[in-house]
Design a binder for this molecule. Structure first.
Ligand code: ADP
Ligand code: MG
Length: 278
């Protein structure tokens, strides 16, 4: 008996299974008392180790994917955002859009949960073992510009094109640096029909020519990003400001913020259908 236990310990050490090793004595005690059977004992030991490893793997993957702080769909209050179809979001969480290499757009005013939902889907993807990377558009363009200056653009694009899911957050908040639209186009092109994306924006597609400062590139971007797309439009109040709604001037409340003062004259092609839904 002791010899057998020693063997098991040696094996667990050799296999680098610290959690199972830790749980061994207690499991054996329960086994001897007849509280559990042999299969349950094996299941318990392996389960402990597996949980530990999964937790570690997910933690690492969330960091690599830059999904911190992680958000979940469970912590999303759908009652606060009635314009949002809960079932549609839960369907997205099944992650078939990733295998189908689709593009999910979350559109809506600030604070309506676009980044939260994008991150939560990213977290679900990581848990399902998919490779994910999240970045704001500004960060993405800055990193690509830097790579271009250093002659590493091809590698950089390859890096961003590699993940099963790329989340590009905050399209439309910050002005795009010159050449930025072009760099983003190269990335979108590299991923087109090869990998899924989630994009979040406070601006409508009609405004992309202004967002990207170039109607030709904006049209080419939309062409690819709306081809196999799911568009989720959120129309509601800011969750960030929910406690202070009375302090916000009327014209800035709720979805008043999504449409900034009358858009400048639109150039280029008219926008694609708004809901290029699946
Ligand atoms: P957006 O990206 O649309 O500007 P965020 O997703 O960043 O908004 O949301 C702002 C903050 O409010 C985040 O901390 C987010 O977790 C939280 N939040 C937004 N909407 C909800 C909601 N419906 N339920 C719970 N938390 C929410
Ligand atoms: Mg956001």
């Amino acid at each position: 008996m002791t010899e057998l236990l020693d063997n098991i310990r040696t094996s667990l050490v050799g296999l680098k299974m610290p959690r199972a090793l830790e749980a061994l004595d207690h499991t054996v005690q329960r086994l001897e008392k007849g509280e559990i059977g042999a299969l349950e004992a094996i299941d318990g030991l392996l389960g402990e180790e597996f949980t530990l490893r999964e937790g570690r793997r997910i933690g690492m993957a969330l960091m690599t994917a830059r999904l911190n702080p992680p958000k979940t769909l469970e912590s999303f209050d759908f009652t606060f955002q009635p314009s949002l179809d809960r079932h549609r979001i839960l369907a997205l969480a099944q992650l078939d859009f990733i295998t189908r290499t689709e593009v999910v757009h979350f559109l809506g005013p600030p604070g309506t949960g676009k980044s939260h939902l994008a991150t939560a889907l990213g977290v679900a993807a990581v848990k399902a073992g998919k490779s994910v990377y999240r970045s704001t558009l500004a960060e993405l363009i800055e990193a690509m510009s830097k790579a271009e200056r250093e002659g590493r653009l091809v590698d950089k694009i390859r890096f961003y094109a590699r993940t099963a899911l790329l989340i590009v957050d905050e399209i439309g908040y910050l002005p795009i640096t010159p050449g930025g639209a072009n760099l983003f186009f190269q990335l979108v092109n590299a991923r087109y029909e090869k990998g899924a994306m989630i994009l979040t924006s406070n601006r409508s597609f009609a405004e992309w020519a202004d967002v990207f400062g170039d109607p030709v590139v904006a049209t080419a971007l939309l062409d690819r990003l709306l081809h196999h797309a799911v568009v989720v439009q959120i129309e509601g109040a800011s969750y960030r400001l929910r406690a202070h709604a009375d302090l916000i001037p009327e014209h800035l409340r709720a979805n008043a913020t999504i449409t900034p003062p009358p858009p400048p004259k639109r150039r280029g092609r008219p926008p694609k259908r708004k809901s290029a839904d699946q």
